[in-house]
Design a binder for this molecule. Structure first.
Ligand code: ADP
Ligand code: 5GP
Length: 199
């Protein structure tokens, strides 16, 4: 069986990652989303075990001590991490997995899993990020400032990614992510077995 593929999506808070991920998952029901652990508070509308596993700092530390996280990072005062075991289980079953994580974590994945594909999501303009973040209405003003400051640093990391998707329109952004996934499936190294007969 062909092993599943790991895709990592990053981009500033408010750029539209979750919205685009939902659309891509709707179009590709076999793709699975990696549910992270976080120490941050649950937002209205979020679902335990679907959006995140909401855990204490002590539990987070235990996961780190047990080497249970593929990557982890601190983001605006909270800890986030990707449980490794469920990902390996899905990849071994040939299932493609999508991670929505910030750049420190994405670059850890790039080191530990060089076959992962890293996609950075940008907005059509930087001011649009602030507009979307405020428009979402679930982040207090002081936290918005902290997230925007972080966003400037995140933009500087984009050149380390394999692809940049611009979320001007959700359907268009989802189509760009789909196109990347299709191109990755057509890589020569994954297709050479079709050519074996000619040898
Ligand atoms: P992230 O997951 O990156 O923090 P969200 O997916 O929560 O961002 O999106 C932030 C806000 O921007 C939401 O209110 C969402 O509806 C809106 N949004 C997402 N994509 C677009 C887009 N292409 N155009 C306009 N608004 C968008
Ligand atoms: P939010 O609090 O808005 O859900 O997420 C804040 C940031 O944390 C986003 O950039 C999101 O991609 C990132 N994030 C979510 N889960 C993880 C994770 O497991 N690891 C890392 N490194 N970042 C994560």
């Amino acid at each position: 069986m062909v092993r599943g593929k790991l895709y990592v999506l990053s981009g500033p808070s408010g750029v539209g990652k979750s919205t685009a991920v939902h659309e891509v998952m709707r179009r590709h029901p076999t793709l699975r989303f990696s549910v992270s652990v976080t120490t941050r508070e649950m937002r209205p509308g979020e679902v335990e075990g679907e959006s995140y596993y909401f855990i204490s700092r002590q539990r987070f530390q235990e996961l780190l001590d047990n080497d249970a996280l593929l990557e982890h990072a601190e983001y605006v005062g909270n800890c986030y991490g990707t449980p490794e075991e469920p990902i390996d289980r899905m990849l071994e079953q040939g299932i493609d997995v999508l991670l929505d994580i910030e750049p420190c974590g994405a670059l850890q994945v790039q080191k530990r899993r060089p076959d992962a594909t890293l996609i950075f999501m940008a907005a059509p303009s930087f001011s649009e990020i602030e507009r979307r973040l405020r428009g979402r209405g679930d982040t207090p003003p002081d936290k918005i400032e902290a997230r925007l400051e972080r966003a400037r640093w995140e933009y500087q990391q984009a050149e380390k990614y394999d692809y940049i998707v611009v979320n001007d329109d959700v359907d268009h952004a989802a189509a760009e992510i789909e196109a990347i996934m299709l191109a990755e499936k057509c890589r020569a190294c994954l297709r050479l077995h079709y050519l074996k007969e000619a040898k």
